[in-house]
Design a protein around this ligand. Sequence first.
Ligand code: UDP
Length: 329
Amino acid sequence: MSPAPLRILVCGGAGYIGSHMAKWLAAHGAEPVVLDNLSTGHREAVRFGPLVEADLLDPASLDAAFARGPFDAVMHFCARSLVGESVQLPYDYYGNNVVGTLNLLRAMQRHGVDRLVFSSTAAVFGEPVSERIDESHPKAPINPYGASKLMVERILADAAAAYGLRSVTLRYFNAAGASADGDIGEAHTPETHLIPNVLRAALGDGSRLKVFGDDWPTPDGTCVRDYIHVDDLAQAHWQALAYMDAHAGAHAFNLGNGRGFSVREVIAAAQAVGGREVPFDIAPRRAGDPAVLVASSALARSELGWTPRYPALPEIIETAWRWHCDPKF
Ligand code: UDP
């Protein structure tokens, strides 16, 4: 008899990364159940398992969601995640990201679920002190978003010691791209992320890209980021489930391709992929942005067995381009 499929509660599964995760789980024989409050996610993105509408700030709704279990693990993608906005709205960020996660952890405890894969961020590190950021890099966030995620990382370490919670924290650098078959992709309103904004401007939606600063201490003066395909993030979450079988405690891995691209380089790559000009203007720097963020993911490769399938920026942008040419929601 084959083992029962893994049942995973995907919190935030109607959102960009969570929906790609749900797709990955279903494609690998697991059963995702999506928990989402649809505040920023899309009902149309929930195609790979049932949707339970619940809110992390409403514990009773979490109990109703966990009643759909039992679940083997929780994957937690629900968060406010915009650096600039977090500087303006710190109460919202600490409330959603810290209080909301505490509510989720308590609900997991009440319902006997002891495994969590947690979405964290490069923003926990602040300004880099080394060329590539590995897990031992000092953690000194420079915006409320990064600080809120670092607080949860600390809670997970304490929960491992006190309650035996098993967790893997995955610190994404810049998530990008879309599903290769074009059925789901990145759709935020308003859109603040670089690659979608570049592609929309290229597609001639009437917008001009704003480049936030060209006086950064980088080779061309624009900010440098490490772009990682959303399906490569999903792959790491899948591997994290197996990792937690073999490893108790709280663990964290950085996920990126280990190569930085400036905003100007992203614009050039997008122009090459799409064959269209990207109209842009130089705008003031955005609050909370560090100049450079590039990952070392050696630990994820060696410990999780993670190998990104989209190591090159043009291939990542190509999948995003296909989505933006024909978005389904
Ligand atoms: N950026 C930009 N114009 C935009 C959106 C982003 O110049 O319309 C810059 C932003 O300042 C940062 C980089 O592109 O340096 C990546 O920003 P994004 O919001 O995509 O991700 P973040 O690094 O904030 O997670």
